[in-house]
Write a protein that binds this ligand. Structure first.
Ligand code: DGL
Length: 272
């Protein structure tokens, strides 16, 4: 099946998440590929996906992807572990465009662990997906994985409540079982959690490594662009576009605060 829009190397890359979490991936793409324009959709009106039904997550992904394709994107990054594990196989069967997805980085964490124990912070949907069970089965061997569904953290991040007492308390509660089990690597299995790296790092200490896949995903995007021969020919820094389904000043402020590259003002993504 030929890729849609693959003829246009200067077309933007489409990228989306249930909310602002995928901006952590967009920032890694901006750093590695500054001339690649992106169209980012934050489905903040429907966050978190982590506790929605798989059918609803699929339906939201389809609405966003239809929009991105109407904007003539050349590649789509599903910057959401929950959506990737819930439905990327289905999305690949429905659309001709190329997708790059995001999965919790348990493989590098399991390869690097010295204690034989790793922790995984993710959403409830990610942890209960059959795809995640397969990932664990494939890579865990004799190592132990302490999984933790981090209910409520996405909302704290959507509201930029990084240092709130409530956020720190949640983190302490979620990280405690991993630390007690002697985990030396903690996988940030949700794209939102990268924005809490500093707060998590303070709790777990320097002897524990945080595993964040955003740079690896940016590299994967670069590899796909090269393989498909759709690397941009533009020589100047891109000006990306941000859309949000929750179109209020607060959400606009959140998107624009977290975004590192150049962007035009956040627009409404009216698909509810
Ligand atoms: N940022 C997302 C992820 O990587 C989704 C979180 C959510 O909406 O629950 O899983």
């Amino acid at each position: 099946m030929p890729s849609l829009n693959s003829h246009n190397r200067d077309a933007p890359i489409g990228i989306f998440d249930s909310g602002v979490g995928g901006i952590s991936i967009a920032n890694a793409i901006t750093k590695l590929l500054p001339n690649e324009e992106m169209i980012y959709v934050a489905d903040s009106a429907n966050a978190p996906y982590g506790e929605k039904s798989p059918d609803l997550v699929l339906a939201r992904c389809q609405r966003i992807i239809d929009f991105l394709i109407s904007q003539k994107v050349k590649l789509i990054v599903v910057a959401c572990n929950t959506a990737t594990l819930t439905c990327i196989g289905k999305l690949r069967s429905l659309y001709a465009i190329d997708f790059v997805g995001v999965e919790p980085g348990i493989k590098p964490a399991l390869q690097a662990t010295q204690t034989g124990v790793i922790g995984v912070m993710a959403t409830a949907n990610t942890l209960k997906s059959p795809q995640y069970a397969q990932l664990q089965k494939r890579f865990s061997g004799d190592k132990a994985i302490v999984n933790q569904a981090c209910k409520g953290l996405v909302e704290q991040i959507e509201n930029l409540h990084f240092d709130d007492a409530q956020t720190i308390e949640m983190l302490q509660q979620y990280l405690d079982p991993m630390l007690k089990a002697n985990a030396d690597h903690i996988v940030l299995g949700c794209t939102h959690y990268g924005f809490l790296s500093e707060q998590i790092g303070k709790i777990v200490g320097r002897q524990t490594t945080l595993v964040n896949t955003s740079e690896a995903i940016a590299k994967q995007v670069e590899n796909r662009l090269i393989a498909l021969d759709i690397f941009t020919s533009k020589k100047q820094k891109a000006n990306s576009r941000i859309y949000s389904s929750q179109f209020d000043e607060k959400t606009r402020f959140t998107c624009e605060t977290l975004w590192h590259g150049n962007f035009t003002k956040t627009s409404a993504f009216d698909i509810n």
